[in-house]
Design a protein around this ligand. Sequence first.
Ligand code: SF4
Length: 204
Amino acid sequence: MVEVYQHYLRAGPPAALLTESDRDEGQRINELIMRCRTPYPDQPPGFDRGTPGIVVTTADTMLNWARRNSVWPVLLGLACCAFEMIAAAASRFDLARFGMEVFRGSPRQADLLIVSGTVTWKMGEALRRIYDQMAEPKWVMAMGSCATCGGPFTNAYNVVNGVNLLMPVDIYVPGCPPRPDALIYGLMQLQKKIEQESLARKRK
Ligand code: SF4
């Protein structure tokens, strides 16, 4: 029995048992063995990255690059538009591509306020407090016609006719509701706006 086993190891299985894919696989493995005769040299600490170069840039460019790629929105939804915002963060639209998937539960850890829905005067007070608690630099998006101008509820006694009555707005996203694509387009416009900011200019 041992002899049969040793023969099997030396000569491989009988030809009748080999399928086409077995042969292909065997051929590929033999080629790999032939290619991998010489070990790779051990890597020195830190890896060899070639000749060190010099990068010249401005503080503005570096800061804006970091900021535009790590905008963290505060976790806040006011009405129907909020569901489109939630969809934008889910797998189909995937805000993570922009470094923006980290919706923060605390305004102190967020730098973007997406006002997604109808703003009532009663909510307006809380909304302004959340805005005040966010650290600079911070940006605001008015998502949907309610946040932009009161939407279908314009001039209702309890509705704010545009969130720009409460705080400065950077980007307006039209629609009732805007689709997640529209919100993402708005975020890309915000990224362009952040790129143009400068430490020398104080935000108003
Ligand atoms: S804009 Fe339209 S979808 Fe958005 S909160 Fe107002 S009514 Fe709802």
